[in-house]
Design a protein around this ligand. Structure first.
Ligand code: NAG
Ligand code: NAG
Ligand code: NAG
Length: 821
């Protein structure tokens, strides 16, 4: 499964509340979606089924439900479901690995969690599968005459064919709410508006066609298009973004729907991790609701993992954690999860007022407002907001005083009592750590990849440079380009003269350059700049010299249009400079091509065929440690317990790894560049604002699902491109080890602090206090210690001197729990 991941087409499934005698139906008006006759304020979260394992789904869904979600949203991934043209399985009763079954399973899980005995299955928890971001299958690129995402017949035919098949399957399973099932909403295309603008008329025609085609499928539930201002009726245009409070639908009779409320951001190899403070996320959601929004979907609620050769896009890590409320491994991330749960509770308390009244907006100060929803039947809900990023505001509302922290909204479900403030995090904070497991790797063995790629029957020759994906059709990340250069024995570089230089252009993504079987260098693109130039001096010998280029793809494009024009691999010019005869242009000479690695052809990763080559024992491994293009294997037993597992790959370079034949994904120990000076939650969020992990490997741990393991002797195989020490690889457990009492942000210039941090003893015996996540770790010495309970006033006076003057810092106080005896 490779990954044109972020696109296009959605089927939203959402199950919903009790319907009783009312015929199951989903409609809408200007206020909200109307489900079985009732307007609803709905909280939804994205969980993409291929980014976890079927064994994880039930737990993820039940945690989502506990977190206050009404709906689950998922994309339907085109590349997963139609791996070759027309090959969409027609029934739901397929293996669990098949996405259809998944949807079916999700639908059932939702249905089961509802109240039985009603006509409509999805009684009190609905699942909305809004399927937006599906990956384009690679074969689509090679349909004759195709042009992606525009008014192009071959593209439209393929898209219609796939959409129809999926919808038919949903109907056959009675999965739409109109049939009593859990799907309440569907989406077609994804963030197409900006692309349509670029294309002009053809873009508009295609968009209009897509809307009409979708509506014509007669699902009985509404369709949405996100980031598509002119979505035609009855399709609802919706908003994606970090904030959507300023969004209004294109018609007064459509509800305000936020299809992607970004909980964080994706990570690229070489970049830092982006966090989004929950205070700001809660603020953005509360602001959307206060302004009349009625449907919020977190993107992501569980981001998960890009297993195998799937990706979120070029250079995106296998971890698709997204700083989501449920972390990559499915564990609850606190305080994000808990704080949002409190928000959802508060919003639900306001639901009746929100759906039955329009807000009255009054000013409470320069940057402060009240939004009041007061219904004829006596329901009243108020939102008091402070948009000031620096100062707490004291406001008067309805003859009462309220304190509003900077950049925050208080929710008053009865127009009097504050049920929730977005900037007051009152839930505990947990820390998720990687702990050693008791499982040891048995000794390692190595097999060196064959560097003489031309000696293989499956290679072929052509004059000039071919586009990589056109040759590989994504059967492998790897493509060999090999040619030879003859050098006379009189060449001056052979007699102490200057070495010649090889210059190679690449359109992406990575390149390893071998001369006569020796690695002489590598080149890398980045997400922002896929194209790069490799330049290196090379040693040639008299006679024929073999130049082998291994070009490596790291994910396929995930946004924009015209994917048919996206190119990867080595491109002209390739030039060898500094020979006695002058410059040699290698762009249009004969090249030999070979798709994939020998180890891939021999299926070395599979337990059935791993023994088909002679592996070198660990004793000879020392010398092999930094050997490029090597396969390594070992065995291990499954550790006790049920914590999620991961492999620590920080001693390795770049490659892919498999356990029992299942691919954990591409690994790459690239160190994160960035600015990790901390951030304030207050003020408009953009990903660069809150970075962590600078100077460390962008991704060190790779999720190993427990369901892929057997108790004993699991086969671990990896392919390493650059070199590294496999003996350093360890199996770790993801654990919740520590609980913070409070986390607060403060500015050292302001010397008055009111916040008191209390350590509660609800997680075991308090052993010691320590401070982390701060630029200045010696703060620990200045915290008061206590056995069962203590309090710390967050103030510079608590420190001997300000440890980091003029730096905005985050103080986090942790309770480290003694092991339970
Ligand atoms: C908040 O502080 C920042 C920098 O300290 C300043 O640039 C900004 O104007 C202030 N905003 C308000 C609303 O006072
Ligand atoms: C590579 O393979 C070809 C074909 O088997 C063979 O003729 C050639 O000698 C090999 N080259 C090296 C360096 O092993
Ligand atoms: C792909 O390869 C075929 C021949 O194998 C060639 O005719 C076609 O032009 C190539 N397409 C692209 C986009 O490179």
């Amino acid at each position: 499964m490779s990954s044109f991941s972020k696109w296009v087409f959605g089927l939203c499934i959402l199950g919903i509340l009790a319907c009783g005698v009312v015929k199951c139906s989903v409609t809408f008006d200007r206020k909200a979606l109307i489900i079985n006759g009732q307007r609803r304020i709905l909280i939804s979260g994205s969980i993409h089924y291929p980014r976890s394992t079927p064994e994880m789904w039930e737990d993820l869904i039940s945690k989502a439900k506990d977190g206050g979600l009404d709906v689950i949203e998922t994309y339907v991934f085109w590349n997963v479901h139609e791996p070759s043209p027309g090959n969409v399985p027609l029934s739901l009763s397929l293996s669990l690995k098949n996405g259809y079954m998944l949807i079916f399973e999700l639908g059932l899980t939702f249905a089961q969690s509802g109240i039985s005995g009603l006509d409509c299955k999805a009684a009190d928890f609905s699942l909305t599968m809004s399927c937006v971001d599906s990956g384009f299958p690679v074969w689509l690129k090679y349909v004759p005459g195709i042009s992606f995402r525009t008014d192009n017949e071959p593209f439209k035919m393929a898209m219609k064919g796939f959409t129809e098949k999926i919808v038919d399957m949903m109907k056959a399973g009675d999965l739409y709410e109109s049939q009593g099932g859990p799907i309440i909403l569907s989406q077609i295309e994804n963030e197409y508006g900006p692309q349509a603008k670029k294309l002009g008329n053809p873009g508009h025609r295609y968009m209009t066609w897509a809307a009409k085609m979708a509506v014509g499928l007669d699902t009985g539930v509404p369709w949405v298009m996100c980031k598509e201002d002119d979505a035609p009726d009855p399709v609802i245009n919706s908003c994606n973004g970090f904030y959507c409070d300023a969004f209004t639908p294109n018609k007064p009779y459509k509800p305000a729907i936020w299809t992607e409320a970004w909980s964080g951001w994706f990570t690229e190899f070489g970049g830092p991790i982006y966090e989004r403070p929950v205070k700001d996320l809660a603020f953005s959601v509360a602001k959307f609701i206060q302004n009349g929004g009625s449907f919020v979907n977190y993107y992501m609620y569980h981001g998960g993992t890009n297993f195998g050769r799937s990706a979120g896009g070029p250079f995106i890590t296998t971890s698709y954690d997204y700083d989501a409320p449920l972390d990559e491994y499915g564990l609850i991330r606190q305080p994000k999860y808990g704080h949002l749960k409190e928000l959802h509770k508060a919003v639900k308390l306001c639901e009746k007022a929100l759906v039955s009244a329009d807000p009255t907006v009054t000013s409470l100060g320069n940057l402060q407002q009240a939004h009041v929803y007061s219904s004829k039947s006596g329901d009243c809900a108020a939102f008091l907001s402070n948009y000031d990023t620096n100062s707490t505001a004291k406001v008067m509302f309805d003859n009462m005083h309220y304190i509003l922290p900077p950049w925050s909204i208080s929710i008053l479900p009865d127009c009097k009592t504050v049920a929730f403030n977005t900037a007051k995090v009152e839930v505990q904070t947990s820390r998720l750590d990687m702990l050693p497991s008791n499982s040891k790797m048995s000794s390692w063995e190595t097999y060196n990849e064959d560097l003489n790629s031309s000696g293989d029957g499956s290679s072929f020759s052509a004059v000039g440079l071919l586009e990589q994906i056109n040759v590989t059709r994504d059967a492998s990340d790897y493509l060999w380009y090999t040619t030879s250069v003859d050098v006379d024995s009189s060449e001056s570089s052979l007699h102490g003269g200057e070495l010649p230089t090889l210059l190679i252009q690449s359109a992406g993504h990575t390149l390893h350059v071998f001369v006569n079987g020796e690695l002489c260098g590598s080149g890398y693109g980045t997400r922002e700049k896929r194209r790069f130039t490799f330049r290196g001096e090379i040693n040639l010998c008299a006679g024929s010299n073999r130049i082998s280029l291994l070009s490596v793809a790291v994910g396929l494009p995930n946004g924009g249009g015209h994917f048919e024009t996206y190119v990867t691999g080595v491109q002209p010019p390739i030039v060898l400079q500094g020979l006695d005869r002058g410059k040699l242009d290698l762009s249009s000479v004969k090249w030999t091509y070979k798709v994939g690695l020998k180890g891939e052809t021999m299926k070395l990763v599979s337990p059935n065929s791993v023994a088909s080559v002679d592996w070198a024992k660990a004793s000879s491994l020392v010398a092999q440690k930094d050997h490029p293009l090597a396969w390594h294997k070992t065995y291990f037993d499954t550790p006790d317990g049920d914590e999620p597992l991961a492999l620590d790959m920080s001693t390795m370079g770049k490659g892919e790894l498999w356990v029992n034949g299942e691919s954990l994904g591409r690994y790459w120990t690239e160190y994160a560049a960035g600015n990790c000076n901390g951030c304030s939650y207050a003020g408009v969020y953009k990903p660069p604002k809150c970075q962590i992990g600078c100077g460390k490997p962008t991704q060190r741990w790779y999720h190993l699902p427990r369901s892929w393991l057997k108790p004993k002797r699991n086969l671990l195989v990896l392919f390493e491109e650059l070199g590294g020490d496999p003996k350093g690889i360890t199996l770790v457990k993801r654990s919740v080890t520590t609980v913070c009492a409070d986390v607060t942000e403060y500015h050292p210039k302001i010397h008055i602090f009111h916040q008191v941090c209390q350590l509660r003893n609800s997680f075991g015996n308090l052993r010691k206090l320590s401070a982390r996540n701060m630029p200045c770790s010696d703060i620990i010495r200045h915290l008061k210690e206590g056995k069962q309970r203590c309090s710390v006033t967050v103030s510079n006076s608590n420190f001997v001197k300000d440890p980091c003057p003029n730096v905005f810092k985050r103080l986090s106080v942790e309770a480290i729990c003694a092991p339970q005896k």
